[in-house]
Design a protein around this ligand. Structure first.
Ligand SMILES: Cc1cc2nc3c(=O)[nH]c(=O)nc-3n(C[C@H](O)[C@H](O)[C@H](O)COP(=O)(O)OP(=O)(O)OC[C@H]3O[C@@H](n4cnc5c(N)ncnc54)[C@H](O)[C@@H]3O)c2cc1C
Length: 387
């Protein structure tokens, strides 16, 4: 079945004129790489300046985040349900310096799981490991260095937190995504995710680990899981959100970059990942977390060839809130199992997430071009009606 993704989605049609103008402003602004770099460098230090928080709250935060609290996301989730779109509440705190902060994040994610349990259209919870474990510790575990007694204790506390979250999701009959992050902490993240899959995925796909297909070793990792994991393999497939930081760090520290050399290679690798997963369906369940129209069309074709129903529980699609609603709404309208990741949390703590969204679209912006075009078409349509 081929779908026309060029329709203006109802989420954009429902925007007020002010919201539409703000969205156009945001997507025009992030095309300037220097502006994004400037924002990234300066914003964390000027949040206290009167008016800055308010400005961010009314613009980028409002566009890309569901709110500061779970309660604030409710209306969005209900509206998505109305359009047959599922939702994933994503508590987006990534600054986990202290144990207290990590505990607070665990509590917030637990709350999101309890909330999911009450909502029909919230099938997944998700966890970003750097929210519940300190980065230096994840780096050390990833380098396979011996831990001191205190570090070992902190690591056990972290695995306890993760286990509590995965156990809660399993108990509520929900699934949980474990996000992937930078390659220098991913070995620890993957290992923790594999332990959770081994514990909770004996009969059902409950815990989903994430594979970033911009990494050179992703095909081997995928194959290893499929060939050797003694449990049901559940995967979120992404291209990866940190390629610039990855390349910069590799250059600075003098090791070969773990990232594929260009976008075309990443696209080919991602699409091959989809093919491998669909061939192993049943043993594998997966979510194509992407805004790439080509990959989405390929997966729809593969599903058809392999006789997988559009609303299959074990193959799904997901996009981020505030991005590519034309894909999400069209997939949902055609009966596909599709969700929106809805980040929420205190503005200060969602800043790294917001900066990433701007960064990944700065400069290249082919996708953002599509996004902007749709917004401009809606603006034009409104002008025409007024005339
Ligand atoms: C629901 C959802 C969940 C996500 N979860 C995670 C997660 O857990 N971890 C994570 O890292 N990301 C995550 N992401 C972000 C994701 O990795 C991508 O950054 C984002 O979706 C853009 O990629 P795309 O597949 O949508 O397609 P496109 O917009 O077609 O591709 C953009 C991507 O291509 C890659 N790319 C572009 N140029 C180059 C280049 N020169 N060299 C190498 N690679 C390049 C990058 O990965 C870039 O993000 C998630 C995205 C979604 C939609």
């Amino acid at each position: 079945m081929s779908i026309d993704f060029s329709h203006i989605p109802s989420s954009i049609k429902e925007k007020s004129n002010g919201e539409l103008t703000t969205a156009i402003f945001i997507f025009k602004a992030v095309r300037y790489k220097w502006l994004v770099c400037f924002g990234q460098a300066v914003l964390p230090y000027v949040l206290w300046v009167p008016g800055i928080k308010c400005l961010l709250r009314k613009t980028v935060f409002k566009h890309f985040c569901g709110g500061e609290t779970l309660d604030e996301t409710k209306k969005i989730i209900q509206n998505l349900a109305h359009h047959n779109v599922k939702a994933i509440s994503d508590y987006s705190a990534e600054q986990s310096g202290t144990q207290e902060k990590q505990e607070e994040t665990r509590k917030n994610i637990l709350q999101s799981i309890k909330f999911a349990a009450q909502q029909k259209n919230v099938p997944f919870a998700c966890v970003k490991i750097t929210g519940i474990c300190a980065r230096p510790l994840l780096e050390k575990v990833s380098r396979q260095e011996p831990l001191s007694g205190r570090e070992q204790q902190a690591y056990e506390e972290f695995t306890g937190r993760l286990d509590a979250l995965c156990g809660a999701a399993a108990g509520e009959g929900k699934k949980i995504f474990i996000d992937a992050e930078e390659t220098w902490i991913n070995p620890a993240i993957h290992e923790a995710a594999e332990r959770m899959m081994a514990k909770y995925n004996r009969e059902k796909h409950v815990v989903y680990t994430t594979i970033q297909f911009y990494t050179t070793d992703s095909p081997a990792y995928l194959q290893r899981l499929i060939d050797t994991a003694p449990y049901k393999v559940a995967l979120k497939l992404v291209r990866g959100a940190y390629h610039e930081q990855e390349n910069e760090r590799a250059l600075k520290m003098g090791y070969p970059t773990p990232i594929l050399p260009n976008k075309e290679a990443v696209d080919r690798n991602y699409d091959e990942g989809l093919r491998v997963c669909i061939k192993n369906l049943g043993r594998v369940s997966f979510c194509a977390a992407t805004h790439n129209t080509g990959s989405i069309e390929l997966l729809m074709k593969l599903m058809k060839e392999h006789g997988v129903e559009a609303d299959s529980d074990i193959v799904s699609f997901s996009q981020l809130y505030g991005m590519r609603d034309n894909l999400t709404y069209e997939l949902a309208g055609n009966g596909y199992n599709v969700s929106k990741y809805i980040p929420y949390g205190p503005l200060k703590e969602t800043l790294p997430y917001l900066i990433r969204r701007a960064q990944e679209n700065a400069g290249i912006s082919e996708q953002m071009g599509d996004e902007l075009q749709i917004l401009l078409r809606e603006k034009q349509a409104r002008k025409t009606i007024v005339k």
